[in-house]
Design a protein around this ligand. Structure first.
Ligand SMILES: Cc1cc2nc3c(=O)[nH]c(=O)nc-3n(C[C@H](O)[C@H](O)[C@H](O)COP(=O)(O)O)c2cc1C
Length: 312
């Protein structure tokens, strides 16, 4: 009987399949008709800030047929205080593995939000969103290694809950920011957030989104995510990687694990097929059985060994 239990650094997961921030509501209520949240490896909440945020003006999403979507939500969320009082109890009751995603504009903003949850044993990890492309200054922390280092080391002082740094693909060399994150004490890196993109409406003759640019996600970004995970695992084989970007099927998830991710998050796929994550979990079980694996962790990073052996 194959085993999907896995660990991402200090975090134990029932299986390596999590829901990605911003694609499962604030706390996953939307999935009630489809499955129980406790069946997943975990759920990552919407990014939560110290104060509630209204987000950007509509329209906020544009479909790019066959490739994915652009979004410019602008971090709409009810604020961490509301979340802790009204949504966290729901996730605890559902027996979900809970990862809280935190965002801010300054180090003090992040610290204020982390302080609300710093001692909560029910939280398995905190994901620091350093990489929202849809608000002004949203990429500052993930495009400057010094700023990433300062932010993460300050958060590390506040809590013993494992910290994952969610990084942006909108950089020249992802490994520079990964290094800064790990030097600062990050317990894992979530790769990747959305890729900056733009769509034009040929009828209005204007950009389709009010802020012009948006975050591109879905199948088209999978090779970008895989390349960043590849580079990161090659340079830092011991750093836990949470793989994200265009994962729609079990085959996609397996490619991420082979590349070096120890678990994956499902994002845009949830909008196409709300049961995608459960189908991926079932697909991983099949893959383990067909390949006679005792544990899914056996394949993490395996693609690198083969490349080394063949001298490629
Ligand atoms: C509509 C939408 C909202 C998102 N909101 C957040 C967010 O609040 N915080 C965050 O860290 N990432 C957010 N993301 C990024 C996703 O979590 C994920 O990193 C990205 O979409 C790439 O994965 P995918 O191609 O599987 O969607 C959002 C993505 C989408 C499509």
């Amino acid at each position: 009987m194959s085993n999907l239990n896995t660990t991402t650094g200090k975090v134990s997961l029932k299986n390596p399949v999590l829901l990605a921030s911003g694609t499962c509501g604030v706390a996953g209520h939307e999935f009630e008709p489809y499955f129980n949240l406790s069946e997943l490896g975990g759920i990552v909440t919407k990014s939560l800030s110290i104060k509630p945020r209204d987000g950007n003006p509509a329209p906020r999403v544009v479909e790019i047929p066959g490739c994915g979507m652009l979004n410019s939500i602008g971090l709409q969320n009810p604020g961490i205080e509301y979340f802790v009082k009204n949504e966290l109890p729901y996730l605890i009751k559902k027996n979900a593995t809970i990862i809280i995603n935190i965002v801010g504009e300054t180090v003090d903003d992040y610290a204020g939000a982390v302080n609300f949850i710093r001692d909560k044993n029910e939280i398995s990890a905190i994901e620091l969103n350093l990489s929202c492309p849809n608000v002004s200054g949203g990429l500052d922390f993930s495009q400057d290694p010094k700023k990433a280092f300062t932010l993460i080391s300050e958060m590390k002082k506040l809590t013993k809950i494992p910290l994952w740094a969610k990084l942006s693909p909108n950089v020249t060399d992802i490994t520079e920011i990964v290094k800064a994150s790990v030097d600062a004490g990050s317990d894992g890196v979530s790769l990747i957030n959305t890729v900056l993109g733009l769509a034009i409406n040929r009828w209005t003759k204007k950009p389709a989104l009010p802020r012009a640019t948006g975050g591109y996600s879905g199948p088209a970004i999978k090779p970008i995510a895989l390349r960043m995970i590849w580079d990161t695992h090659k340079k830092f084989p011991n750093i836990p990687i949470i793989g994200i970007g265009g994962i729609h099927t079990a085959d996609d998830a397996i490619e991420f694990l082979l590349c070096g991710a120890s678990c994956v998050q499902i994002g845009t796929a949830n909008f196409v097929n709300p049961k995608a994550s459960i189908e991926i979990i079932n697909g991983l079980k099949d893959y383990c059985e067909k390949n006679k694996l005792n544990s899914i962790s056996e394949i993490v990073g395996a693609a690198h060994h083969l490349v080394t052996l063949s001298g490629a």
